[in-house]
Design a protein around this ligand. Structure first.
Ligand code: CDP
Length: 250
């Protein structure tokens, strides 16, 4: 309390190799995914991932707004990532900032690689991502939520897109950074994977890594994505089982 303004660097890795929340270096934060969390949207999903809480809603294929973005040979994929003003400790200026624009753009581009957009010419597929509580890795949580929401909306895709950030803390490569690790660590590397092909469709990096560390990070991230992929499929199976009862009344 009396320390307001002081930047005390926390111990990110204990002598036993455990992180501030007790995780090992290759461990994900707990993830809960709920498919179909909203009734209005064509598809939706809610993701709680560590202390992140992210809602995604999908509308479409539908009429394109603004009209001039319409494409004659395929659907346009539009994404709006937004952080609620109450989602972070320090009050965030509400509305579109450069960071939100960048994240919206990279997420839309990631989905352009997997959605069969040519099946829906002259339409728009609109993805809305609302971060209600943020604790690092929100673009990955947004991608996971949006991916499940797209599947929930019945949009045909090559595959779901699991995503995770790998980073470097106290000189070690670590899976799925939380806020303090993101703030005080040496590098942050969010990625999204097409599990069937092993192709990465989003890869960004902040900070510094050696080529060997980068290779190790990609390995660890791909393993993390595959673990998240199973949880995404389970959430969709659960949703499907809940809406199609096996005999008897709904
Ligand atoms: O969320 P993500 O890791 O994808 O993106 P980032 O730009 O690396 O932000 C890391 C974290 O910083 C966010 O998840 C928030 O917890 C925090 N942040 C914040 O407190 N205020 C902002 N205006 C933006 C981010």
């Amino acid at each position: 309390m009396g320390n307001v303004g002081a930047t005390e660097v926390p111990v990110l890795l204990s002598p036993e190799g455990l992180r501030i929340d007790g995780r090992r270096l290759d461990e994900l934060r707990p993830i809960r995914i709920e498919a179909g969390a909203l009734h209005q949207a064509d598809g939706s999903a809610f993701v709680e991932w560590g202390a992140n809480k992210v809602m995604a809603a999908v509308y479409g294929p539908r009429e394109v707004h603004p009209r001039h973005l319409q494409q004659n040979n395929k659907a346009v994929i539009q994404c709006k990532y937004n952080m609620a003003a109450f989602s972070v400790d320090e009050r965030k200026r509400p509305g579109l900032d450069r960071r939100s624009q960048e994240i919206s753009k990279v997420i839309a581009e990631a989905f352009e690689s997997v959605v069969f957009a040519e099946e829906f010419p002259r339409t728009s597929i609109d993805i809305y991502i609302e971060v209600l509580q943020a604790n690092a890795g929100t673009r990955c949580a947004g991608l996971v939520a949006a991916s499940v929401a797209l599947a929930d909306a019945g949009i045909p895709m090559v595959d779901l897109l699991p995503a995770v950030a790998v980073g470097k803390i106290a000189g070690k490569i670590a899976l799925d950074l939380k806020k303090e690790e993101d703030n005080f660590g040496e590098a942050d590397l969010p990625m999204a994977l097409v599990p069937q092909s092993g192709r990465l469709v989003l890869l960004q990096m902040e900070g510094h890594m050696t080529p060997d560390e980068l290779a190790a990070s990609l390995d660890l991230g791909v393993r993390g994505c595959r673990e998240i992929y199973e949880k995404m499929k389970a959430a969709l199976r659960e949703r499907y089982a809940a809406t199609v009862p096996s005999g008897g009344t709904p």
